[in-house]
Design a protein around this ligand. Structure first.
Ligand code: NDP
Length: 449
């Protein structure tokens, strides 16, 4: 049999040929395959049992039409997707993204990554992802509701609390989850609270779920820094995006004594040398659904700049990319390193390109990859599912303590896996290995399915 490295290269070649025009999916698979070579050298049965061939192929891909009527009475048609990637360790679990850029390749990258991330949480959840090319920006509440209802009218037949449990992601927050849950309940005539997570607190949602990805990211960052005798207090921090992950990462950094000086959206970024006033960001983004450029109206000393990648040119100690995939390329990574950035933790999914990641690892910057660092959101979703099954609600403090503990364990398990395979300190490899091993063992035990 070919050696593990050659096997992975050939498999990657087949993946690119079979999944043409899906660059984000190729990128995610490449990173994982490269870091699993040392594991496959020790465990060749994962090759002979076809675990690798199967783990890069979604179990099921669903694509459907989503027709709806806008406020002017015009019929609109979007495309809906659900990628059920891997159910070896639990029901498919992963968010729904509404963004014009959504296509099957982006959702396959997200579902693939989700499989390893969910395994890393230590909770029994498989990997999936879904969404639509619908753009909620500029749409009325009525339009968003009609779209969500139409989307769920097809999706409902593919999901369930023991089958597939969607949640939010870009463009899908509490409002959208509420509309989708309402439609699911109506069609099924059953109150199956565990079918969606990220629900409102009045109908089965969990305390801390809103904050979980951002808070979890900062708990992970804190572990990474503490391991090197460093702390968040007193550090200057950049946080890209100004959505769910970004807002609550900023909140936790500020609670821990760090100073966030910049946030962004897809149009540009705001720099506030005195520190970002989070109440203003929450008002603009969570209530008014406006643009981050409006921040300077409330704080004239702050600066607004067009173009979102400019945020990485600001001098900082810590960078937290929390907007979208591939927002830090090789050039931005080099600028961050040159400006003295000491740590990067990924709040968004795959926000750093492969070349950018290499710059950070080669420069000795502490680097927390998304699979590990942003797993707090899905982990708290799984805690929401547990509460729904028990018909109980835990307090904020209880859920927060569980989240923190999960993030500490993810850091420890990723660090240990990297060390076990001779790659001490490389959390990219460590997270891939630790996440993979549990899924691979379950697939091995369950036979060829
Ligand atoms: P939101 O929709 O709440 O916020 C997204 C933010 O990123 C907005 O500020 C948005 O700006 C910006 N953004 C989106 N697309 C782009 C783009 N193409 N270029 C530049 N900026 C962009 O999403 P979330 O905060 O929920 O998600 C952010 C990231 O975190 C995603 O990668 C998501 O997959 C990941 N994630 C989210 C989890 C969650 O629990 N929500 C869990 C784990 C990961 P604008 O308003 O202009 O569009």
């Amino acid at each position: 049999m070919a050696n593990a490295k050659q096997y992975c290269e050939e498999l990657f070649q087949r993946v690119t040929e079979r999944n043409a025009h899906e660059p984000e999916f190729h990128q995610a698979v490449k990173e994982v395959l490269e870091s699993l070579v040392p594991v496959l050298e020790k465990r060749p049965e994962y090759i002979s049992l076809g675990i690798m061939e199967r783990i890069v192929e979604p179990e099921r891909q669903i694509i459907f039409r989503v027709p709806w009527v806008d406020d002017t009475g015009k019929v609109r048609v979007n495309r809906g997707f659900r990628i059920q990637f891997n159910s070896a360790i639990g029901p498919y679990k992963g968010g729904i993204r509404f963004h014009p850029s959504v296509n099957v390749g982006i959702l396959k990258f997200l579902g693939f990554e989700q499989t390893f991330k969910n395994s890393l949480t230590g909770l029994p959840i498989g990997g999936g992802k879904g969404g639509s090319d619908f753009d909620p920006k500029g749409k009325s509440d009525g339009e968003v509701m009609r779209f969500c209802q139409s989307f769920m009218t097809e999706l409902y037949r593919h999901i369930g609390q023991d089958i597939d449990v969607p949640a939010g992601d870009i463009g899908v927050g509490g409002r959208e989850v509420g509309y989708m849950f309402g439609q699911f309940k109506r069609i099924k005539n059953a109150y199956e609270a565990g079918v969606l997570t990220g629900k409102g607190l009045t109908f089965g949602g969990s305390l801390v779920r809103t904050q979980a990805t951002g808070y979890g990211l900062v708990y992970f960052l804190d572990e990474m820094l503490k391991d090197k005798g460093m702390a968040i207090a007193g550090k200057t921090v950049l946080v890209s995006g100004s959505g769910n992950v970004s807002i609550y990462a900023t909140e936790k950094v500020q609670q821990m004594g760090g100073k966030v000086v910049a946030v962004s959206d897809s149009n540009g970024y705001v720099y506030d040398a005195e520190g970002i006033k989070l109440d203003t960001v929450k008002r603009i983004k969570e209530i008014e659904r406006g643009r981050i450029s409006e921040y300077v109206k409330a704080h004239p000393k702050a600066e607004y700049h067009e173009g979102c990648s400019g945020i990485w040119t600001i001098k900082c100690d810590i960078a937290l990319p929390c907007a979208t995939q591939n927002e830090i390329d090789e050039n931005s990574a080099k600028i961050l390193v040159k400006n003295g950035c000491q740590a990067v933790a990924e709040g968004a999914n795959m926000p750093t390109t492969l070349e950018g990641t290499k710059v950070f690892l080669d420069s000795g910057v502490l680097f927390g990859p998304a699979k590990a660092a942003n797993a707090g959101g899905v982990a708290t979703s799984a805690l929401e599912m547990s509460q729904n099954s028990m018909r109980l609600s835990w307090t904020f403090e209880e859920v927060d303590a569980k989240l923190k503990n999960i993030m500490i364990n993810i850091f420890k398990n990723s660090s240990k896996a990297a060390e076990d395979y001779g790659l001490k300190g490389n959390l990219v490899a460590g997270a891939n290995m630790a996440g993979f091993l549990k899924v691979a063992e379950a697939m091995k035990a369950q036979g060829l399915v």
